[in-house]
Ligand binder design. Structure first.
Ligand SMILES: [Zn+2]
Length: 427
């Protein structure tokens, strides 16, 4: 048995009811002072005050006791949106951006996603796997214990399947939980530039059936955007995906208001992601559909979109007021968000969107778990849930979140097993 005792603060992030946190509940992360919890195998069996837990589970020989005096305990972070399997670097492109070239301009000049697609297509399975595994190791060291990973840098049947098989292997080899998403509709590849309809037919008639046959994905995502697919094209793809038993996510209103959130609502998507240009009416649609809005302050940081700050702050307010669950994610990718740390994302959620400490913690734990339809298993510290636990060297949750960066994390525990502070990579 693993018993963690004497936490100065233990944030349970437990939802007030079944489902993600919204309203007043979103502003509360369920702090227990002098908290403790007990873990048997992969699961949490009890959470409460140290006195109560020790009375119920008096330590025996062989128990692993962690004294968390002066420290905080919180749920493992859940990164509900990443593009973590890719090859190639975009560092030189960023140099051009620093010189004034925009993301949209880079895309038009066949840089951007196309650079990564070319590098990913020519990379071996082994290279892709090693690189992604390294990425996941870095994320885990920053507290991420569950991660969603999208394909989308292959854009041909063969290379999309290859990426999804790499994601499957990452899920199989652990220790992180991995949710696999097919994003063949990331953008139209250059060879289909003048024949979009054929590419969409290939996604629908060849890629999706092959994915279904091999059981390679849980979700289908579409980049519904002027740089990606129209709402009509997205509907075609998502209808086919649902027919093959996949659930839906949508990249919506990222570079302009384009109708992606309406599509997300129509398909009862698990999440609508980005929402930068969403209007109040679009956001209200999500409430009825039970869709989580996922925001990416890291993209704004990396792309230096300071002018969006006021609008995104207002957007976050509208999402909260509408009673739509809000989650934050890294959107880890080599172009617009080479960010590994969800703690950094929480830091930015406060500074860019005006979210509180508690809201940010809920947005990268319980609400992100619900965005991956795993809210019943992960995202909070309560009896019966998976023992995904972080311990940080800070006297309060507020102190931990107030300090910018990752410095204070001392333990990362996944399914009851200590992953960190071991030295080196995951094993
Ligand atoms: Zn994305």
């Amino acid at each position: 048995m693993l018993i963690i005792t004497n936490a100065a603060e233990l944030a349970t992030c437990t939802s007030g009811y079944k489902g993600p946190k919204i309203g007043k509940d979103f502003r509360d992360c369920g702090i227990i002072k002098n908290g403790a919890l007990a873990v048997m195998g992969e699961k949490i069996v009890a959470v409460g005050s140290t006195e109560r837990i020790l009375r119920r589970f008096p330590p025996r020989r062989g128990d692993h006791i962690i004294d968390a005096s002066g420290k905080i305990v919180m749920p493992g972070f859940v990164d509900c949106h990443t593009h973590a399997v890719y090859a190639g670097s975009r560092a030189e492109e960023y140099r051009a951006k620093l010189g004034g070239v925009s993301y949209a301009d880079a895309h038009k000049k066949r840089g951007g996603i196309f650079l990564t697609v070319a590098a990913t297509r020519s990379a071996t399975v082994d290279t892709l796997y090693r690189s992604a595994r390294n990425t996941l190791s870095r994320m885990a060291a920053c507290g991420t214990t569950t991660v969603e990973i999208k394909s989308g840098y292959g854009l041909s049947t063969e290379s999309e399947l290859r990426i999804l098989r790499v994601i499957q292997e990452l899920a199989r080899s652990g220790p992180l939980d991995v949710a696999a998403t097919f994003l063949g509709a990331h953008t139209v590849p250059l060879e289909y530039e003048h024949d979009r309809a054929s590419y969409i037919r290939m996604v629908v008639n060849t890629m999706l059936p092959a994915i279904k046959k091999e059981g390679l994905a849980e979700y289908c995502d579409v980049f519904c955007d002027p740089l990606g697919f129209t709402p009509g094209e997205a509907r075609k793809i998502l209808t086919a995906a649902m027919r093959h038993g996949l659930r839906v996510r949508v990249h919506a209103e990222q570079t302009r208001r384009f109708g992606g959130m309406r599509v997300a609502a129509e398909f009862g998507a698990s999440s609508a992601d980005h929402c930068d240009f969403a209007r109040t009416g679009d956001i209200r649609l999500l409430r009825t559909a039970g869709t989580t809005a996922v925001l990416f302050p890291g993209v704004q940081l990396h792309l230096m979109e300071w002018e969006k700050r006021g609008r995104m702050r207002a957007r976050a307010e509208i999402i909260k007021k509408a009673g739509v669950p809000l989650a934050l994610a890294t959107d880890h990718n080599p172009g617009s968000s080479p960010i590994y740390s969800l703690k950094l994302i929480a830091d930015l959620g406060m500074r860019f969107f005006g979210l509180t400490y508690e809201e940010c913690l809920n947005a990268i734990t319980i609400n992100a778990a619900h965005a991956l339809d795993r809210g019943d298993m992960l995202g909070s510290l309560e009896a019966g849930k998976q023992a995904d636990i972080l311990i940080a060297d800070a006297p309060t949750i507020a102190e931990y979140l107030h300090a910018v960066g990752d410095g204070a994390l001392v333990y990362v525990i996944k399914k009851g097993r200590v992953l960190f502070p071991r030295r080196g990579a995951l094993r």
